[in-house]
Design a protein around this ligand. Structure first.
Ligand code: GH3
Ligand code: MG
Ligand code: MG
Ligand code: MG
Length: 312
């Protein structure tokens, strides 16, 4: 059996989030020592719009998974060099694959042995031969459910932006990349000014509306390579890859202007909002913790200096 390799935690997972596949289009890795059978299952799933990759040697699974971002693994149980059961429990030890759905597709009909295989950490057991329609339905059902779960785990429900934990994971990944490529990076924290007053004056639903408008403003101007998250209540965080302090300050200032120009309306009353922001840079701040502390401190200074401004 292949040994678990040290794939950087979350990389696989986060890549999935930045480049989501079209809905319904799932990537399925098929592991089976019988090439004809594997290709038959692949053809069945491909005819339903899925993208399949076949692996007939278990020792190739890890290297293929690093290139092919599988939504689900369809795994044979009985294979000469390494059983599907061993392979599944090995995958479960790798942080990036803890939640990857694994379904056994095997000729094994003994229920005791099926159960043992499931205990390795698999999500289902299908018996060969299988009707094509059933195979498609089973795979789609589990892949869809996992996408929904992942989305709930990583996104904020009001704005659809990444949640607090996820944006911090992106920051960690971004710092590692910036260090490797010796490129700059900025981390910014944004906080709506006097937001409590917005709620108190115009009502909580109007406040929610403001938060959604701010998230749209951020999405419109930021690049695909940047990551945006809702850090807390009315606080947002952005990771700007490959960006120096001057560009980041200009960008945040442009966003500040965009946002301040939005006209809101609640109960017949018009109003507008502003935000303050604090920016920290890598490599000045050499690690994620220093970046968040420094951005937070800069934000505090922006508030203290009168709000509606960007501080560094
Ligand atoms: P400052 O300019 O110093 O940031 O003042 P502030 O009023 O914005 O800050 P404060 O921390 O006093 O108030 C934040 C408010 O944000 C309080 C909280 O009820 C509100 N809030 C947090 N999450 C949400 C949300 O999801 N929706 C709405 N409508 N309000 C929220
Ligand atoms: Mg076999
Ligand atoms: Mg505030
Ligand atoms: Mg706040």
């Amino acid at each position: 059996c292949p040994k678990p390799v040290n794939i950087p935690e979350m990389v696989e997972f986060l890549d999935h989030l930045t480049n989501p596949a079209p809905p319904e289009q799932f990537n399925v890795l098929i592991v089976d020592d019988e090439p004809e059978l594997a290709r038959l299952h692949a053809a069945t799933l491909e005819s339903a719009g899925m993208i399949c990759q076949v692996v007939t040697a278990p020792e190739d699974v890890l290297s293929v998974l690093e290139r092919f971002r599988a939504d689900l693994v369809l795994m044979d149980l009985h294979m000469p060099d390494c059983s599907g059961q061993e392979l599944a429990s090995m995958l479960r030890q790798i942080p990036g694959y803890v939640s990857l759905p694994i379904i056994f597709l095997s000729s094994e009909t003994n229920q005791e042995r099926q159960f043992q295989a499931l205990q390795a950490g698999a999500d289902g057991f299908l018996v060969k031969p299988i009707e094509p329609r059933r195979l498609v339905d089973e795979v789609r059902l589990r892949a869809e459910r996992m996408r929904t779960l992942r989305s709930l785990m990583v996104r904020d429900s009001l704005t659809g932006l990444f949640n607090h934990n996820t944006i911090l994971q992106f920051l960690e990944l971004a710092v590692a990349n910036a260090r490797r490529n010796t490129s700059p990076l900025c981390f910014a924290m944004i906080d709506v000014d006097h937001f409590k007053l917005v709620n108190d004056t115009h009502g909580h639903p109007a406040g929610d509306h403001v938060l959604m408008a701010l998230s749209r403003t951020l999405r419109l101007r930021l690049r695909d390579s940047d990551s945006i998250g809702r850090y807390g209540g009315e606080e947002f965080a952005v990771v700007l890859n490959d960006t120096g302090l001057k560009d980041a300050t200009e960008l945040l200032d442009a966003l500040r202007t965009d946002f301040s120009r939005i006209q809101f309306q609640a109960n017949g009353q018009k109003f507008s909002c502003t935000f303050s922001a604090g920016i920290a840079t890598f490599p000045n701040c050499p690690d994620p913790r220093r970046l968040t502390e420094t951005a937070d401190h800069a934000l505090y200074n922006a508030k203290h200096a009168g709000r509606n401004q960007v501080a560094t």
